[in-house]
Design a protein around this ligand. Structure first.
Ligand SMILES: Nc1ncnc2c1ncn2[C@@H]1O[C@H](COP(=O)(O)OP(=O)(O)OP(=O)(O)O)[C@@H](O)[C@H]1O
Ligand SMILES: [Mg+2]
Length: 252
């Protein structure tokens, strides 16, 4: 039976920089990501989202415990079971979408599912060079490269940035379909309003966990109507917990 936890961390820490100037980029994260769910990773620029994703993908040295699909992060057992879409495009611009996908499928030891191009809305441009695609098409082609091996865990760093609202909505639908099929998705975004598409939210600030839970609880707990306002309210509560208004909402 598959484990119900896809990612689990205890006291996850990362420090980067030179020996003279060490920066604690992740400062002791205890996280739990359920299998078959969409987890949104939110927080201001520089809070550590990409660093956390790199840890889970096995690309970042860290301390503390980090288990991914029941193995320690970075272990060879995880090869081909994770897909990672990096923040900057990672396709070969001189190759076509087809050629890129075939290449990444070979790396993952799988084949390109014939329906994948349709799912990503790229069927009409699959022979085009990546260099000639629009920004949105390029983003979806990158996602395709991470999907070719049919990974159990899909880590996507700001996959919707710069996309128009229609394509963004289509992508979230695609993500929902993947989660319904039992895949686990970890998606980072700057756009707080995208929190509503997720099952679970992780809010980071300066390398620490600020808040985690269900989107509806974020709105209810802060008495706000937008995720943007909710996020600001959480920061405010965090910085000024002694304020009477916050004490009422979070009794000790
Ligand atoms: N090699 C490095 N040396 C020193 N500091 C680094 C290094 N790499 C990243 N950092 C710092 O670590 C912090 C977290 O960076 P990270 O890329 O994880 O943030 P992020 O939340 O993904 O930001 P963004 O939303 O802008 O993508 C930042 O303050 C960044 O400057
Ligand atoms: Mg980042």
């Amino acid at each position: 039976m598959p484990h119900s936890t896809a990612v689990e961390s205890r006291d996850l820490r990362v420090s980067l920089g030179s020996r003279r100037r060490r920066v604690e980029v992740l400062q002791g994260l205890d996280l739990h990501i359920a299998t078959g769910s969409i987890t949104g990773l939110f927080g201001p620029s520089g809070c550590g989202k990409t660093t956390l994703m790199r840890c889970i993908a096995g690309l970042q040295h860290h301390s503390g415990d980090l288990r991914v699909l029941d193995s320690p992060a970075g272990s060879p057992a995880l090869r081909g079971r994770l897909g990672y879409v990096t923040q900057s495009p990672s396709l070969y611009p001189e190759l076509s979408i087809d050629e890129n996908l075939a290449y990444f499928a070979r790396l993952a030891g799988g084949r390109v599912d014939p329906g994948l191009l349709d799912t990503l809305g790229l069927a009409a441009v699959h022979e085009n060079r990546v260099a000639d695609l629009s920004g949105g098409q390029r983003g979806r082609a990158s996602l395709g490269a991470a999907l070719v091996g049919d990974p159990e865990l899909l880590i996507m760093d700001e996959p919707t940035v710069g996309l128009d609202p229609v394509i963004r909505a289509q992508l979230w639908e695609t993500f929902r379909g993947l989660a319904a099929a039992g895949r686990t998705l970890l998606v980072s975004s700057h756009v707080m309003e995208e929190a509503g598409h997720c099952d679970h939210l992780i809010l980071l600030r300066a390398g620490r966990l600020l808040w985690e839970g269900a989107p509806a609880d974020l709105l209810a707990g802060t008495g706000t109507r937008s995720y943007e306002d909710a996020f600001l309210a959480i920061i405010e509560q965090h910085e000024h917990p002694e304020h009477p208004e916050h004490q009422e909402r979070s009794p000790r």
